[in-house]
Design a protein around this ligand. Structure first.
Ligand SMILES: NC(=O)c1ccc[n+]([C@@H]2O[C@H](COP(=O)([O-])OP(=O)(O)OC[C@H]3O[C@@H](n4cnc5c(N)ncnc54)[C@H](OP(=O)(O)O)[C@@H]3O)[C@@H](O)[C@H]2O)c1
Length: 335
């Protein structure tokens, strides 16, 4: 396919996608949005990455309202302290805290996990939410392209380092849950296994889309591993929709202008955007069910290539090598 026809095809997908999203949102606005009701989650513990702002902040707040002990993982101490203070004040839940975790640094992720494990508390829900979008070409501390490193690889490492605690904390009939926030942008993503770091040619949009596609492939493979090993943990993907947050700070100025003028009707609020993550984290309807792509609190299909088992396996193996994690795929499926 020529670059021009590829661009036109992507544009067509966007136009159709945008029309569907706007129609759904307008219907929601006209009907009024009823906040979902979930059972209390007392004695349960959640980690929310990027819980200092936007969708992550609202997710942390909703989980705290349900009585969970919530740990916000973030890379901005001052902002996080303010977020913790506000959530405590609004929810009257004192068990909200911050632990430093810079997803752009494998060392920081390892230290975060060490500090979390020193608390000797269980972990019932991990929400892989933090993200960056359309940032200029730059690399993480470990030399990974930033979208790939922060959005995908950081969460890959974090989840793998926390899997033992998640396994110990889950129980049959009350699984622990990994919720990974992807995006509709994954539908136009391509996984370039020969150039995962986008070093040959860089497009901020393609790099963001690839990272979000990688997160879906990761979740499906993780779910298969968890099932193969009989672990009481599930893994699902949450797609929040189009949400009015600061994530758009690096996009084209015209898009930012549209967001400013029409955000109130074209975008979800962060509180609305958080519901799919919260749903995936706590709804009894998903007990024991994983490997699903969730949008507007319902299961839907992700891009066809995300169901390619060989691609899932290859990405997992590469990611293990890049992060220094042992790849247990073969023994999990053999046993
Ligand atoms: N907004 C949307 O329309 C939309 C649509 C689809 C998917 N999503 C996804 O939803 C998730 C949340 O995005 P959002 O819209 O809420 O954006 P946001 O308001 O910009 O929040 C992103 C969060 O990630 C944190 N973060 C960024 N880099 C980090 C790092 N290196 N280490 C730790 N934390 C880091 C940010 O912390 P700082 O503020 O301190 O940098 C912030 O708390 C993202 O994964 C995004 O891809 C959003």
């Amino acid at each position: 396919m020529s670059p021009l026809s590829a661009a036109l095809a992507a544009l067509r997908v966007y136009a159709v996608g945008a029309a569907v999203v706007v129609a759904q949102l307008l219907r929601r606005r006209l009907r009024g949005f009823a906040e979902p009701v979930f059972p209390l989650q007392l004695e349960r513990v959640a980690i929310v990455t990027g819980g200092t702002d936007g969708i992550g902040y609202s997710t942390a707040k909703h989980l705290a309202k349900l009585g969970m002990h919530v740990i916000i993982g973030g890379n901005n101490q001052g902002k996080a302290e303010e977020a913790v203070r506000k959530i405590k004040e609004e929810t009257l839940n004192d068990k909200v805290e911050f632990l430093y975790c810079d997803l752009a640094s494998m060392r920081s992720i390892q230290q975060f996990v060490q500090r979390f494990k020193m608390k000797k508390i269980p972990l019932h829900v991990l929400v892989n939410n933090a993200g960056v979008m359309m940032v200029p070409q730059r690399t993480t501390e470990d030399g990974f392209e930033e979208h790939f490193g922060v959005n995908y690889l950081g969460h890959f490492l974090l989840t793998n380092l926390l899997l033992d605690t998640l396994r110990e904390s889950g129980a049959p009939g009350r699984s622990a849950r990994v919720v990974t926030v992807s995006s509709a942008t994954h539908y136009v993503g391509e996984l370039n296994l020969d150039d995962l770091q986008s070093s040959k040619s860089y497009s901020a949009h393609a790099a963001y889309a690839q990272s979000k596609l990688a997160l879906v492939l990761f979740t499906y493979h993780l779910q298969a591993l968890l099932e193969a090993t009989g672990s009481p943990v599930t893994a699902n993907v949450a797609d929040p929709g189009v949400v009015d947050t600061d994530l758009y700070r690096h996009v084209f100025w015209g898009t930012r202008l549209i967001k400013k003028l029409f955000g109130w009707c074209l975008f979800k609020t962060p509180d609305e955007g958080a519901w799919t993550s919260v749903y995936a984290a706590v709804t009894p309807a998903l007990e024991g069910r994983g490997g699903r792509y969730l949008y507007n609190e319902k299961e839907t299909k992700s891009l066809a290539v995300t169901y390619d088992l060989e691609l899932q396996r290859q990405l997992w193996a590469r990611s293990c090598r890049m992060t220094g994690i042992a790849d247990v795929t073969q023994e999990a499926f053999r046993g």
